[in-house]
Every structure is written in C-alpha cells, then in structure tokens.
Design a protein around this ligand. Sequence first.
Ligand code: DAH
Length: 329
Amino acid sequence: MIDKITEARKEFDSLVSKVHDLKSLEELRLKFLSRKGIIQNFFEEFKKLSPDEKRNVGKILNELKTYTQSVFEELKERLEAQKKKSESFVDVTLPGRERQIGSKHLITQTLDEIKSIFKGLGFSVYEGPEVESDYNNFEALNFPEDHPARDMQDTFFINDKFLLRTHTSPVQIRLMSQKKPPIRAIMPGKVFRNEAISAKSYCLFHQVEGLYVDKDVTFAELKGTLVSFIKQYFGHDVKYRFRTSFFPFTEPSAEMDVWWQPKGKEGRWLEVLGCGMVDPNVLKNVGIDPEEYVGYAFGMGIERTAMRKYGIDDIRILFDSDLRFLNQF
Ligand code: DAH
C-alpha cells in the first residue's frame, strides 16, 4: 500500500503541473480529494489493515492528505486571484461605448420655437398652474354656470371648485388680475380634456395662449401679429385663412386655419388657433375698465401645429415615448 501511496503522490504532482484554470483544478479535486476520490479510497483500505501495518501506512497517508490539500488550496487561491484580475482588465484598444445623448421632445422644441417667435414680436412669457379653479377656467372667462360651451371642454375635476384646466385661457385671468395694462404676453402649458382618445384627440395636450391689452389695440393688429407668426413658423408661402367663430371670452371671435397637404394625400384646411377681441365682461371680471382698455387674445394647440409642420397624422405618437419616433427629431 505504501507503494500505491507514493505512486498517487507522483501522479498528483504531475497533474498539478498541468492545472492552468479553475476547471482543471476542479477535475483534480474530484480525482483526489472528493468523497469518492483516491485519498478517501486509501482511508477505506486503511481500515482493513492490521495494527502494525496501520502504524507505518497511517503516517504517510496523513502526509499525503495534508500535502494534497494544501497544494490544492494554494492553487485555488492563485487561480481565483488571476481570474479576478483578468476580469478587471481594461483593453484600451476596444472601441468606446457610445453614450446615448437625449434631446428635447418634439413638443418642447415646438414650444421653444413658438416662444422665440413671439419674443421677437414683443411678447413676454408667463405660466400658470395645471390645477385651476373653476372660476378662472370658466366663470371669469364668461362661461356662465350652465353655458353649453362648457360641454365642449369636459375635464377632470379635483372637487367642486378645482379641476385640471381645459385651456391656457385662465392664465389670462391670473395675469390681468395681477398686472396693470399694458400687458403683452404668451402663456404656454399643458391642458386636459376628458375626451375619447383617438388619432385626433388625447386627454392631455399643450396650448399657447396670447394676450395683448392696452389703450388702443385693434383687430387689425391681432391679424397682423398672427400672420407674422404663422409665416415665421410655417414659412412665408403658407396658405392661411380667418373664419368667424365663437368663444365666450372674445367678441368678435375668429379661427385661423392653415392649408395642410400631407404627401400623397388630399389637402385640407386645419384649424390652428382661436382668437378675438377680449370680451368687455372678461375685463370687468379682472377689474380693468373696458371703457379705457381693449385687448386681443388668441390660443393655439401645439400638437396640431407640430403635426402640421412635420406631417404627423396621429397625435398619440407624441405621447408614446417610442424612441424610434423620438430619435427622428
Ligand atoms: N381657449 C380656447 C380653446 O381651448 C382657445 C382660444 C380661443 C383662446 C380664442 C383664446 C381665444 O385666447 O381668444 O378652445
């Protein structure tokens, strides 16, 4: 048996010199140190020896055991350290990872552009809250309690008195209650409507409101300002028209359409904004004397404007956060 043990040790040493990774080390462990390995077998055999033989064999067998175990432990430690090191190795010749750089959403880009055009026309920018009082959103804008015009702007109510604003027009009320004329400002922001979602309408969208109040503001100035805007935004050859309309807070009121011709499809007029001269009742509601001051106002939908400009035919895509769409802008 002593010969067999010496043989085993030689075999172990020769195998150890061939171990170069954790996998071959594991093979070595299975062969020698596992429960069914060579060394355990020796111990089984050892049990059957006579006491005399046991004395001789016991010593070298134990030596073999501690020797193989310590060699194994040392190798394991070294190979594991090597593996760790190789994992943290930086290959400086690899191409760098491209960093994804975000960009402004198309709606934000459109708002920025609209703001910059109106700034050039002498307007400043104001913002109001998205949760608005029923008073500012409807009543002060001359929508009486039971007026049917309220039906066109159903929204999400917080309680009896507060709601998610249906348009940016209430910011007119806030502005005129805080500031004395002259006032010339645009008011961009999110608005909400309780509407069935479709390619044309969404429960959330954006508007830009405009207001100019002074002593001698005229409808001709309103037209001139809007035409100047529409040409700067869509290009000088844009086709547009004004139509008479109705809004409770303006008198007279109009709507402005631009000609929309998607590629390969039939062209049609697309409404981009509502406008008019501020109704004297609205001025009274905010404590401005309608005998002394006049004003014009307008409000436009941003999504529609952007859709017209970029040939987008489904509003929902603007809110989907689909990178394949967003990356195009
Ligand atoms: N607030 C109106 C809407 O959401 C749009 C509008 C029309 C705003 C005429 C105005 C205006 O300031 O004068 O439908």
